[in-house]
Design a protein around this ligand. Structure first.
Ligand code: FAD
Ligand code: SF4
Length: 519
């Protein structure tokens, strides 16, 4: 274990962040890490608990106390092996995960005192890349079986890597010009620089995964051709249908789903700032361009998609940015009567973007939007509500604000249906692919990530990709979906989401502007 009693004498030190005023003028990552010596001290704080609740908090089951200890002992080479044992892309989670492991850490019983697990994770993987320890790992054998994975987000990438390393021929289809899914086209460069995503895509190629990008399955490749080509198919197409705002004026120009804006901003950075380093799409036509420059921007939705819209709008030089949230303001501290440790605390979080600028308002219901003579949005009209369902309007609180750009960041409903209909897979009540054990209702077709569980977190997507790959392997080997031996050792992963057992790594992490949720 770390140093005996170190948590009593060494304070937790958060990850350093660049100054919000200066960072809002560039697109570089704003989070830094502590120097090695201090990180080791932070690793020493881990008590290597007999019952490590951090494990329960992590959807991937990361071996957290093991690598905390290895960092403390300066054994980084072994630490990366431990980290990779459960996580294909720790630099994604180490940068972007809301860290439910820290909320569940035993030291977090004293709120704000958890081991800095996420910071240690990202330091291990960044060092491993710097030292040249992360190498392609192509399979030593070939099974002669072929799998088509549709969607190159974190779920598809993890599934493709696992399946390829087991010796299958794997083709990864992606309709965008580059891999990474929402990590590439939703999350901005200032949260994760895209060279890091590109590096992992290249690793897949070097391991022998065939990458077919710019190819929409169901259109550019027919479903019949896909089924014909592969012994099994994994659907990892994400959950991309945005929740809409059914109010008068929604049809005005200048009102857009958040992802339309974020795609354009990420492509702009790839094209204008990263030049030839990354694949990039051409600039959209003038009429289709969405920009916040010089505008009064309203972001509807208090989650992280909204925060990413705020961060981009500020960098574009918006005249003003306001983020509004339907729900009321949560408590400042963990409400122990509602979400006690080790549960994910529903509490007020201030996003990185709001630290950089902009305003936010809670308990707001948009009533309508009005426009100018050209049919462009010009004002938003809202009313204060009760903050809890059914969000009753409070009389006399009607407000009108200027709005030249309105971004709808109110979450996502379910995966796009066309491909699912083409494949003939059953869907659940929410419209997600019904695939309890990753196998869908159609023989040989599997599903993973947001397409299966609804819009969620990167850590869940990677976990689903890995687990789905395992189920595909069982299918290809002609084994039953459930290994009878596993019922004897019901583990943490089976308990995820079960309220009565007190283990609840969040589906979505933030509430009103935290880190790491899909809304
Ligand atoms: C703006 C934003 C910010 C977020 N920030 C965070 C964060 O900070 N931390 C966090 O943990 N989570 C975050 N999330 C959530 C997280 O990004 C997702 O949960 C995760 O990316 C889901 O992975 P996935 O592989 O299932 O799907 P996706 O990442 O959505 O990838 C699906 C891929 O499938 C492709 N595809 C779809 N249909 C087809 C087709 N027919 N043919 C070929 N390709 C197809 C898509 O183009 C896409 O590349 C954020 C989400 C958004 C929207
Ligand atoms: S719960 Fe916290 S202190 Fe205990 S093993 Fe996990 S990281 Fe270490």
């Amino acid at each position: 274990m770390g140093e005996l009693g170190a948590f009593l004498k060494i304070e937790r030190r958060n990850q350093p962040e660049r100054d919000p005023e200066s960072r809002r003028h560039d697109y570089h990552e704003f989070v830094d890490v502590l120097p090695v010596g201090e990180l080791q001290e932070q690793g020493a704080r881990c008590m290597e608990c007999g019952v490590p609740f951090c494990h329960n908090g992590c959807p991937l089951g990361n071996l957290i106390p093991d690598w905390n200890d290895l960092v403390y002992r300066d054994r980084w080479r072994e630490a990366i092996d431990q980290l990779h044992a459960t996580n294909n892309f720790p630099e994604f989670t180490g940068r972007l995960c809301p860290a439910p492991c820290e909320a569940a850490c035993v030291l977090e019983i004293r709120e704000g005192d958890a081991v800095t697990i996420k910071q240690i994770e990202v330091s291990i993987i960044d060092r491993a890349w710097d030292e040249g320890w992360v190498l392609p790992s192509p399979p030593g054998n070939r099974t002669g079986r072929s799998v088509g994975v549709v969607g190159a987000g974190p779920a598809g990438m993890a599934a493709a890597q696992q399946l390829r390393r087991s010796g299958h021929a794997v083709t990864l289809y992606e309709r965008d010009e580059a891999g990474g899914g929402l990590i590439r086209f939703g999350v901005p460069d200032f949260k994760i620089e895209k060279r890091l995503v590109e590096r992992r895509v290249r690793q897949l190629a070097d391991e022998g995964v065939e990458l077919v990008f710019g190819c929409e399955v169901g259109t550019d490749v027919t479903v019949e051709a896909l089924r014909e080509r592969h012994d099994a198919v994994v659907v990892a197409t994400g959950s991309r249908v945005p929740r809409d705002l059914p109010v008068p004026g929604r049809e005005l120009r200048g009102v857009h789903p958040a992802m339309d804006y974020l795609y354009q901003r990420n492509r702009w950075v790839a094209r204008e700032l990263n030049g030839d380093l990354q694949p990039h799409a051409p600039e959209p036509d003038e009429a289709d361009r969405i920009t916040a420059a010089g505008k009064h921007v309203i972001v509807i939705g208090g989650g992280d998609t909204g925060a990413d819209c705020v961060g981009n709008s500020l960098r574009e030089g918006a005249a003003s940015v306001t983020q509004i949230e339907l729900l009321g303001e949560p408590p400042a501290h963990r409400p122990d009567d509602q979400t006690p440790w080790p549960r994910w605390p529903v509490k007020l979080r201030t996003s990185y973007a709001l630290k950089e600028g902009g305003d936010r308002d809670f308990a707001i219901s948009t009533t309508h939007l009005t426009g100018d003579a050209d049919g462009h949005v010009a004002q938003i009209h809202w009313v204060q509500n009760s903050g809890v369902p059914p969000f009753e309007a409070i009389e006399g609180t009607e407000t009108t604000r200027p709005a030249d750009l309105v971004l709808l960041a109110m979450g996502f409903l379910h995966p796009e249906p066309a491909l699912l209909e083409g494949l003939g897979v059953e869907r659940d009540q929410r419209g997600n692919v019904k695939a309890g054990t990753y196998a869908t209702s159609v023989e040989g077709v599997f599903a993973a990530g947001d397409a299966r569980r609804g819009q969620s977190l990167i850590v869940w997507a990677i976990n689903e990709g890995r687990q789905c790959a395992r189920m595909v392997e069982r299918h290809l080997a002609g084994l039953p979906a459930v290994d009878p031996r596993e019922t004897l050792s019901l583990g943490a992963s089976e308990r995820f989401g079960s309220d009565d057992m007190g283990a609840d790594p969040p589906q979505k992490a933030s509430y009103a502007g935290g880190t790491g949720t899909g809304d």
